[in-house]
Design a protein around this ligand. Sequence first.
Ligand SMILES: C[S@@+](CC[C@H](N)C(=O)[O-])C[C@H]1O[C@@H](n2cnc3c(N)ncnc32)[C@H](O)[C@@H]1O
Length: 219
Amino acid sequence: MRPKDLKSPFSWDARCPSIIGNVLFVPDHYTEHQNFKLPDWKELFENNNPIHIEYCSGNGEWVISQAKQNPHINWIAVEKQFPRVRKIWSKSQNRQVNNLFIICGEALTFTQNYIKRPTFSAFHVNFPDPWPKTRHAKHRIIQQPFADEIARCALPGATATFVTDDKPYATQMLQVITDHSIWQNPTHTILKEGSGESYFDRLWRSKGRQIHQINSINC
Ligand SMILES: C[S@@+](CC[C@H](N)C(=O)[O-])C[C@H]1O[C@@H](n2cnc3c(N)ncnc32)[C@H](O)[C@@H]1O
């Protein structure tokens, strides 16, 4: 399979949520999410295994390798850029990954509109865009609304793990999670080893950057 073998299911005017194979398309600037009936995850994955979700999956290297290594966990990759979703999808097809579902959509839009109850055992965000300029920091994904949403969707004992090379963003991540009542025992560590297979992990390590990990648990 090549990335372009996954076709966009709609033109801008005709866009609507839809599922093609293992991909759910969640349109932006759309007001009728509530009319779409998402099947149960048990039906989509054809089992009741725990579900781990990665937001900002990029080309999917990390989540694909995790899904291969952990076949008894169901994985969800959330990525807003269609060209990158195509890459995740083609990898999942070519490597016969059966425990991965892909969301082509914006992280908060998907979570707010499609997840109705506590669902996830682990949340991962690896190298989210750091938006280093002060005037752009408002675009960072890890802020209070995101922490609220993942708290609402977390099963008891769920973990949240955020990884970044950007020290100010790591400080913000720790603050956001510390301020939130359900996220307990937050830790901030510098990862000596790779955080798994990831383009950005390799890139920043090759440039000698420190990799920060923020961890917490829903107690
Ligand atoms: C710096 S890349 C990191 C990719 C990957 N996690 C890695 O480690 O190689 C950040 C990715 O997050 C995606 N992204 C940024 N904001 C997002 C959002 N709000 N919802 C979904 N994806 C988002 C971008 O499109 C981009 O692919």
